[in-house]
Structures are given as C-alpha cells and as structure tokens.
Ligand binder design. Sequence first.
Ligand code: SAM
Length: 266
Amino acid sequence: MEHNLDKTYTASESLIEQATPSAPSGCPPWGAAKRGGGAEHTRSVAFHTHPLFQPYLEILLRENAKYNLTAITDPEEIRQKHFADSLALLDDAPCPVPQGASLLDVGSGGGFPGVPLKLARPDVALTLLEATGKKAEFLKALCEELGIEAAVMNARAEQAAHDPAQREQYDVVVARAVAALPMLCELCLPFVRPGGVFAAYKGPKEKAVIELETAGGAIALLGGALEHVHGETTGYGGRTRIMIRKISQTPTNYPRNHGIMRKKPL
Ligand code: SAM
C-alpha cells in the first residue's frame, strides 16, 4: 500500500524550530485575525508557546497528581509533546478542520488533542468524550477555568456511538493514544458524518504505516477510505496523523462491545 507522507523534518529539529515563514495550504493560521492579520505566515504548531496556553499548562501541573492526566511534568515537554503535537493537525493540507466544524475528541484524557485545537480555533464546536468519570470531571473544570465552550461526555465510545444524537454527527473526529488503529477506527468512525474525517494521532510514521497495514479491512468495512498520512520528525520524536475520510455510513452493528472488539479486532 502506498501512502502519501509529507513534512519529514530532520530529527534534531523541533516543531517550533520548523515554523517556516511560508504557510502551507493547511488551515488559516491561528491568531491571524486576533493579531490584526499580521501572522498569516506562521504555522499553527508554533502557537504552543502562546500565552493563551499558559493557564492550561498551569492547570495540568496543578491537577496532574489528583487526576493522573499525564506522565510528562516538564513544562517545555508539555508544550511540545501535548500542545504542539495537538496543534499539528491545523498545519495539515488540505485543511482538515473546516470553519465552524463540529469536532469530537475520543478518549480525551487531559484534553488532548481537543482542547489545544479549540484554543487555537474558537470557531470549532468541541465535544470531549472520556470513559473515566474522574477525567471527565477534570475536563469539565478545565473548560470552565479556561473559559472555553465545550460539551464533555462521560461515556465509553462504543456505547455513545449507538446514540442517534451522536452517531454520524461530527465533521471531524480526533483521537490520540486510545487504541490500536483497527479498534480505534471501530470506536471513532461511527461518529463521523459521511463526508467528514477521522484523524488518528500516532507516533513515528514508520510504526504508524505498519499499523495502517493491519487496519485496511476495518477502515473499508466501517465506511472509511484512507486519505493521507501526515508525518513529521520533531526534536521529540516522530509524529503522524492518519487521515481517514468517511465515504459511506457505518453498518449499524459497529462498534461492537468492548470484549468482542478486543477478542476479535476487525
Ligand atoms: N487522548 C489523551 C492524550 O493523548 O493525552 C489521553 C490518552 S490516554 C492514554 C487514553 C484515554 O482514553 C484515557 O483517558 C481513557 O480513559 C480513554 N478511553 C479509553 N478507551 C475509551 C473508550 N472506549 N471510550 C472513551 N474513552 C476511552
């Protein structure tokens, strides 16, 4: 299977160092309007150091022990591995997040990648889905403290996806570090409206491509089609986003229950 891989940077360079003066044809650069249009040529990923992210950083550091949100506790690593990694989607071309898109983050944990995407793109209608009650409670408090509008659902994806109010309702679904790709597709593709897109955030692209080889059957069965694999190497390792377009409705019997998904992955 051939994949269209792009944005391969040298291993020694971080995402922020890669902020080039010429924007690719991804989403409109974040903050351009806020700063009077002067930032049209800065990539979105560079905004992980913007002061708007400072309160989020402080809340994570303050609440981490209570909610077990992240193993990373160094502020610069949080900026890179959580904020910049989440924002990278907004630099992918063509822009995967249309203006005013409804966006669902499945297994959001400490809010990644959904919350940085919302901070960068306030036009997006964000929903965070999280199975663990305590983490969902954190996400609600986080959004309130950050002053961002978002719906937080405390539910398992395999159950919520059968709710007609949720099924095939989202323009964009994102997930990071939740499950291997075949199971992840079963959890996430049912939420995507036909025509919409699922972005699976993964690690190094070599590994992601191998994972993708195992998921071809699941993607087709669930109504998806592989559109693109965006990958880059950063100072903190390889990062990949597997973009899957929803081209037809997902059969109603998916997702299956958790035990069956684990025992018999698609
Ligand atoms: N996405 C976040 C990130 O990248 O930092 C959190 C990743 S954490 C390793 C996985 C999260 O997914 C956990 O918070 C877990 O509770 C949640 N999760 C796992 N399976 C889920 C499911 N079936 N439905 C909803 N949430 C799920």
